[in-house]
Design a protein around this ligand. Structure first.
Ligand code: BTN
Length: 233
């Protein structure tokens, strides 16, 4: 695994995508600041100094379980933060929250050429030392706000160690390999939530996360499985 370090980048995801063909499998790109950090659904990810901003570029041979790699990354961040004493939990599909406030977001982007899949970029932003998070469009927190001190490198290493401990198995056998642990940190079973994505808006009671990593909701029309979307309580 190679780590490329930058003081400032536009976006570590954008860098990984621009240079995908030149970069080796399992390259990590980390920046102290991003000038054009991006979140899901075309949102901005304000990236002033003090946060952890990195992208992991993966070029797996087997691509059956790509969406589950994002869930694995969320789980690893959640476990790392718990290791530091933060009572973090997972908000499906891949946000990490503490006290219902967002502390980490993940933007995953798959890259294709005319010959097919060439890489997956897992972009991770963790709020570490930021005190001012008013710009975030939802309740947010940071380790500093929780009175937890850490250094960005130690946290990065811990997250990556956890990720690569489970990576090959997940590639081979899918979400089932991490489902038990994922569910342990997923406190929404039985809660009524609303899911919005490009295709639909559904309200229902959370039943479980399926063996494929999908959210299973009970709606007035019956059970439905959802692969992607924003979950709102
Ligand atoms: C979200 O919750 O909307 C996802 C946020 C992802 C932010 C990270 S920071 C490192 C990487 N580079 C980016 O431009 N975005 C991701």
């Amino acid at each position: 695994m190679q780590i490329l370090r930058f003081d400032v980048l536009d976006s570590t995801n954008a860098y990984a995508k621009r240079n995908c063909s030149l970069l080796a499998d399992q390259t990590v790109i980390i920046a102290r600041q991003q000038t054009a950090g991006r979140g899901r659904l075309d949102r901005k990810w304000i990236s002033q100094e003090g946060g952890l901003y990195f992208s992991l570029l993966l070029k797996p041979q087997k691509t059956d379980f790509l969406p589950n790699l994002t869930q694995l990354m969320a789980l690893c961040v959640c476990e790392s933060l718990r290791g530091l004493g933060a009572e973090s939990h997972l908000k499906w599909p891949n946000d990490v929250l503490v006290n219902s406030q967002k502390i980490c977001g993940i933007l995953s982007e798959a890259l294709f050429t005319k010959n097919g899949f060439v890489g997956l970029v897992l972009g991770v932003g963790v709020n570490i030392a930021q005190q001012d998070l008013d710009h975030v469009g939802q309740p947010a927190t940071s380790l500093a706000r929780l009175q937890i001190q850490t250094n960005e490198d130690a946290l990065l290493q811990d997250i990556l160690n956890r990720f690569f401990q489970s990576y090959e198995k997940l590639l081979q056998y899918g979400f089932e390999t991490i489902r038990g642990t994922y569910l342990q940190f997923f406190p929404y079973i039985g809660k009524t939530v609303q899911i919005k994505n490009a295709a639909q808006e559904v309200t229902g009671a959370v039943q479980t996360i399926s063996p494929e990593g999908k959210l299973v909701l009970q709606t007035p029309e019956g059970f439905t499985e959802i692969s992607i979307g924003d979950m709102m309580l």
